[in-house]
Design a protein around this ligand. Structure first.
Ligand code: SF4
Ligand code: SF4
Length: 510
């Protein structure tokens, strides 16, 4: 069980129940502010600048000029209310400022005051307001209660994307010296060391050697985790959580077994040892680009032909949607493969070609469900057919397990709920928000546990896995009920020359 929290954990109800709003329930919640040590290296002022109102308003204008979509989103809301009950943070906290439209309005009212005719001359008529200390306070609190999951945009008749407004608000705050410690510290580590954990190359190599020994002991097969191997065909870029934490590391073992069994030549890179790109969470194109360029540099240096991403939701969004813009062109790679590819696409392709043997019974101790990670579901695709980001991971699970049940339809696929820890909120200073934001997913999980005896939930996102490992216990589940999709593949795969292969041959002969 989780330790006794300092806040009330919401009660699990039959899904879905829309709660009545209660003002200011999360007005006390805000993450630690970044100190100058974390601000400076990212190109931001170390503390709140003297003329912060003027700088912020100017930055807001720059961003609406730069991103046409942002201006359209700010201009086009008709207050229809369709988004109000769609955010997991509203459902879990009941705070009306966590309704997507109200969150947007925190930014919109200042935009209107300075960038619209009516707002300049008749502010009271259009809800326009100056950027006061109180407004800035609300920005810092409530734009750090949005995980940029885009669920609200699915239900908005105008497709208004609160995630983009939240990114812009965070970028404005960084530009005046009010950045968030968790994100900015991590981005700094990637710039200097190459990964979110600050794991230097010797520690990385040491960890991977340990995994090689573990697999050989377990299966009798020498599966390798090559690092910085020049001339390898595939550069695997994976979230650094895969290198050390459960259940992430079991997924990494799964990728390695798949690549080994398929006879593919691959390598990790110590220079680009991180798939995550927190530059997106703070809305900073420059920092996002700097992080992405490490991948290009590693690919060129190692002379690889393909780039494959491991299980990480927002990393796949950055890779799928922006990698070519940020760090392309990738004309030096093999044109027969998409740039980039997801490990699920690779594994799925190999399963379809009959190149992997999977013994589903190895996962018979689990009854599975699947959590669609928001960035994969609503901000990317997989494969070459629409909806591949939903079908490919499910196909892999079904190929590896005998028992699989989906959660309620309005909580999965495009309508999936965020885990509650995305968008740069996976930090202990926001634990109350994380627990409460997980409520809709926990309620949907409870339903399949009761209806079908589901025991485990799989995901393909490092943040989802870390978040669930922490918050499941608050709702009476066990932390090990969250697993990696490739952990299931790892359990089921029959490696050539393994003990499992011999056993399978013997039982066939008998
Ligand atoms: S993007 Fe997600 S977290 Fe943000 S307001 Fe919309 S539903 Fe809520
Ligand atoms: S659904 Fe769209 S238009 Fe309607 S209130 Fe929400 S953001 Fe505004």
């Amino acid at each position: 069980m989780a330790e006794q929290p300092a806040f009330d954990v919401p009660e699990l109800k039959p899904y879905p129940v829309i709660p009545k709003l209660v003002e200011d329930t999360m007005a006390h919640s805000q993450p630690f502010v970044a100190k100058s040590d974390f601000q400076g290296p990212l190109g931001f002022p170390g503390e709140l600048v003297d003329d912060w109102q003027d700088v912020a308003v100017k930055k807001m204008g720059e961003l609406t000029d730069r991103y046409r979509s942002l201006q359209v989103f700010l201009d086009s809301c008709v207050k229809c209310g369709a988004c109000t009950d769609k955010c997991h943070y509203y459902l879990g906290t009941t705070d009306p400022k966590n309704m997507p439209v109200a969150r947007q309005d925190l930014f919109r009212k200042v935009y209107r005051r300075h960038y619209t005719f009516a707002g300049k001359y008749l502010p009271w008529l259009v809800g326009a307001e100056d950027l006061t200390e109180e407004v800035l306070d609300d920005w810092y609190k409530y734009f750090h209660q949005c995980s940029q999951c885009r669920r609200c945009s699915v239900y908005c008749p105008y497709g208004i994307d609160t995630a983009e407004i939240s990114m812009a608000a965070r970028e404005v705050m960084d530009s005046i010296g009010k950045g968030q410690k968790y994100c900015n510290e991590i981005i700094g580590k990637v710039h200097t060391i190459g990964n979110n954990l600050g794991l230097p190359e010797p520690a990385l190599v040491d960890t991977l050697e340990g995994l090689e020994e573990e697999i050989e002991e377990d299966t009798g097969v020498a599966v390798k985790f090559p690092v910085d191997q020049k001339g390898a065909d595939i550069l695997l870029v994976t979230p650094s959580a895969d290198f050390f934490a459960e259940p992430h590391v079991d997924g990494l073992i799964g990728y390695a077994k798949v690549l080994h069994e398929a006879g593919l030549s691959w390598t990790l890179s110590s220079h680009a040892s991180e798939a995550a790109n927190f530059g997106m969470f703070i809305g900073s194109y420059e920092n996002m680009r700097k992080v992405a360029l490490r991948i290009r540099e590693a690919a060129l240096d190692l002379g690889v032909k393909r780039i494959v991403f491991g299980e990480c939701g927002h990393a796949w969004r950055v890779a799928y949607s922006f990698l070519n813009t940020l760090a392309g062109p990738f004309d030096f790679l093999d044109p027969n493969y998409p740039v980039p590819q997801h490990i699920c696409e690779v594994t799925h392709g190999l399963i379809q070609e009959g190149k992997l043997r999977l013994d589903k019974s190895q996962n018979d101790d689990m009854v599975m469900t699947y959590h669609d990670s928001c960035n994969v579901a609503r901000a990317s695709r997989m494969g070459d057919v629409p909806g591949g980001q939903f079908t490919i991971p499910r196909d892999i699970i079904r190929a590896s397990c005998n028992h699989f049940y989906d959660m309620p339809a309005d909580t999965v696929r495009e309508a999936t709920y965020c885990c509650g820890g995305g968008g740069g909120l996976l930090t202990d200073d926001l634990i109350e928000l994380r627990v409460k934001g997980a409520l809709p997913r926990m309620e949907a999980l409870k339903q399949v546990v009761e209806d079908h005896g589901v025991t485990h939930m799989a995901a393909i996102c490092a943040i989802c896995k870390s978040q669930f490992a922490k918050v499941l216990t608050y709702y009476g589940f066990q932390m090990d009920q969250i697993v990696s999709v490739h952990q299931l593949v790892s359990n089921a795969i029959i490696l050539t020359g393994s003990e499992q292969e011999k056993e399978a041959e013997l039982s066939e002969a008998a």
